[in-house]
Design a protein around this ligand. Structure first.
Ligand code: NAI
Length: 687
């Protein structure tokens, strides 16, 4: 007979073993109802004399894949997870956690509270709480080191590492990997434990050299940028070897409670939900993507090679086409070198590389395009070149193939109009390096069919990317935002800040790099060429900073020429360059600008306001689908610090009235050509 303590948890008997099913679709997230159900079920196991042992197992495709993250932002409902785990441990009968799918966060902590863990092949386990600005708060930092030792626990928790079954077995995180039916294997294992408890809390923490602990902590702090959750996790894990279990457990809980309401955790949760919401497109519900197996990439440059790697890694067959034999050889060599490096670093088996090579062909003959289900163009950023390439593709690709452009700024509809099938054309804007960066803008042209868009989103997902649906507008979402930010930084330099001051202030705020270091890295000539192309259409009254043009005219195109906003040493170290200061002073003098000292706070404030203001304009124009898409783009494509949530998160904290005044101030200080956005759109919460 099945007893139904709550709808989310049910208990059935398999002879003398209780099987407790956790059933809270879609991911069996831990929630108040699940915890209540578990407590009832544990109680039932404790009191039913016919039961000698129990199994905890997830219904559907997974164990508890994580906690309900919304709960972390509110007072936690009783019973809380530590109470459930305490009940598991207090029960005299052994519990076996049967894991499949994912057992993460609170789910894995629950498993650590059991007497044994058995995992199906392909299961992932881990404690990723630190990535949400908190620490495991239900004993994870105390039980994990008892199984793997303090140094390994620090590395795992601080990076949020997820281990697959085989690695989890090797690390003693699970006791068995089940190849057959998980439930049956778990029941057999539970029965074999009858009469024995083997609580993880009773194990002693393996002795380790203090140096090994110190090394692990140093490495974790560096990788985790000294963020508060990383610091707290290290302290809590270290305490497992120093304090008695219950004291350390209570301390862990107190830190968890305090961190979960911190600004950083709130910002990280915001980003988590922003990423989740960016994938919601009700208008595409039920639209089936087209079938994709072969991808042709045109252009073997920086982006083309990266896209090929991403596509090979995702299992596609890939055809790389060029017009220029030498460029094709260079691209092929870049791809080959990438994989050789992975093998050397022990990150990839030679056979895995071989399988990729077997799926890739390079050619100067484009007739093979007929085999492609998807064509991704990554040639020079020039509208005429792109139109010619698309006309040629149109003559060769099979009917129904999806034709994509990796353009950064150009008008997708103008590109599509060079074909006889504009409905099949989309933008797939990858970020550099294309095989590393998670963000992809999937651009909808005016005539793009829904199933072509759905295909773009599906391919991006299969590539392991984070797709963002955008409208077709100059620079789409990301580059449009970034252009406004960079322009504001140039204003700041013109008014009196040095590029290195602006870079340092924004890096201190948390950006991976400052805007001028980024400009040097990508090359100043790209934006220069674009500005030249816009000469005819630019508002002559708009404020225009000439500094970048003058750097380019002086041959300072960035790192690749050894000089840009900075001078670069032979080892690539950026150095402040007096010549640049002189050039900037001259540019200021030409406009009659008397430089003033600009405080760092003003730099950060204006840079963020420029982003927020542009976001408001983008939303008003309907280029971005959701306000929080802006934050997804900034964090995943532009090095905006994840722990700051994004600029919409920041704007929402400021509130509408303050923002309205700020936007007006920014427009005024930025001079002619600047427009204040309406902050209302940024503040609207998703419906
Ligand atoms: P790149 O200059 O490294 O490579 C372009 C390649 O296209 C060259 O190998 C060239 O031989 C080839 N090519 C040019 N015309 C061709 C034609 N008619 N037929 C076949 N191949 C042709 O350029 P990169 O940086 O890879 O950029 C490619 C595209 O990706 C551009 O649209 C760019 O805006 C976009 N993009 C670039 C990013 C970057 O950071 N480099 C980031 C995101 C997008």
């Amino acid at each position: 007979m099945a007893i139904n303590p709550t709808a989310q948890v049910r208990l059935e008997r398999d002879g003398d073993v209780a099987v407790i099913w956790i059933d809270n679709p879609p991911i069996n997230a831990g929630s108040a109802a699940v915890r209540t159900g578990l407590l009832h079920a544990i109680n039932e196991v404790a009191h039913d004399e016919r039961i000698v042992a129990a199994v905890l197992i997830g219904a559907g495709t997974t164990f508890i894949a994580g906690s309900d993250i919304r709960e972390f932002g509110q007072p936690l409902a009783e019973p809380q997870l530590p109470t459930v785990i305490a009940a598991l441990e207090a029960c005299p009968k052994p519990f076996v956690a049967a894991l499949h799918g994912a057992a993460l966060g609170g789910g894995f902590e629950l498993a650590l509270g059991c007497d044994a863990r058995i995992a199906a092949t392909g299961t992932v386990v881990g404690l990723p709480e630190v990535t949400l600005g908190i620490i495991p708060g239900a004993g994870g930092t105390q039980r994990l080191p008892r199984l793997v030792g303090v140094p390994r626990a620090i590395a795992m928790v601080c990076s949020g590492e997820r281990l697959k079954s085989a690695a989890a077995l090797a690390a003693s995180l699970v006791d068995l990997v089940a190849t057959g039916d998980l439930r049956s294997a778990a029941v057999v294992h539970a029965r074999s434990l009858a009469g024995r408890k083997q609580r993880v809390r009773e194990l002693s923490v393996p002795a380790t050299e203090p140096q090994a602990v110190a090394d692990a902590a140093t490495a974790a702090l560096k990788a985790g940028k000294n963020r508060p959750a990383v610091v707290a996790a290290i302290e809590s894990i270290k305490a497992s070897a120093l304090l008695d279990f219950d004291t350390a457990l209570a301390d862990e809980r107190a830190v968890f409670q305090q961190l979960r309401s911190s600004r950083e955790a709130t910002a990280l949760r915001h980003q988590f939900f922003a990423e989740r919401d960016s994938a919601k497109h009700p208008q595409l519900a039920g639209v089936a993507p087209r079938a994709m197996q072969t991808i042709a990439v045109i252009g073997a440059g920086t982006m083309g090679s990266g896209i090929v790697i991403a596509a090979l890694d995702a299992g596609y067959d890939v055809l790389l086409l060029e017009q220029d034999g030498e460029a094709l050889d260079r691209g092929g060599a870049r791809i080959h070198d990438h994989y050789a490096g992975r093998v050397r670093a022990g990150k990839m088996a030679p056979e895995a590389v071989q399988s990729r090579q077997d799926r890739m062909r390079t050619s100067l003959q484009w007739d093979d395009l007929a085999e492609a289900d998807l064509v991704i163009e990554a040639v020079f950023e020039d509208i005429e070149v792109k139109r010619q390439v698309f006309a040629r593709i149109d003559g060769l690709a099979r009917p129904g193939a999806v034709l994509a452009s990796n353009t950064s700024y150009l008008d997708l509809d103008a590109i599509a109009a060079a074909t006889s099938r504009p409905q099949d054309v989309i933008g797939l804007h990858f970020f550099s390096p294309a095989h590393v960066m998670r963000l992809i803008e999937v651009v909808r042209g005016q005539p793009t069919e829904s199933d072509v868009l759905a295909t773009g989103l599906a391919v991006a997902k299969k590539l392991g990317k984070l797709p963002l649906l955008t409208g077709n507008a100059f620079g789409f979402v990301g580059n449009r935002l970034y252009a406004a930010y960079r322009r504001q930084c140039e204003f700041l330099v013109e008014e009196g800040a040095w590029p290195e001051q602006v870079d340092a202030a924004l890096q201190r705020f948390g950006f991976a790099m400052g805007p001028f270091a980024v400009a040097d890295l990508s090359g100043l000539d790209i934006a220069w060429r674009m500005r030249q192309a816009q000469v005819g259409t630019r508002d002559p009254a708009a404020r225009y900073v000439h500094i970048a043009d003058r750097l380019c005219e002086a041959g300072r195109l960035g790192r690749k020429t050894g000089a840009g906003y900075y001078r670069y040493t032979e080892s690539g170290q950026p150095m402040v360059d007096e010549t640049v200061h002189v050039l900037i002073e001259r540019a200021r003098a030409d406009k009659g600008i008397a430089p003033r000292a600009i405080p760092d706070e003003e730099i950060v404030r204006r840079a963020l306001l420029a982003l927020a203001n542009e976001a408001a304009l983008l939303l008003a124009e309907g280029v971005a689908a959701h306000a929080t898409d802006v934050d997804v783009a900034l964090v995943n494509g532009y090095g905006f610090p994840r722990w700051e949530g994004g600029v919409v998160f920041w704007a929402r904290e400021r509130g509408e009235a303050a923002l309205r005044a700020d936007f007006a101030w920014l427009a005024e200080i930025s001079g002619p050509g600047s427009k204040a956005g309406d902050p209302g759109a940024l503040l609207a919460l998703p419906s």
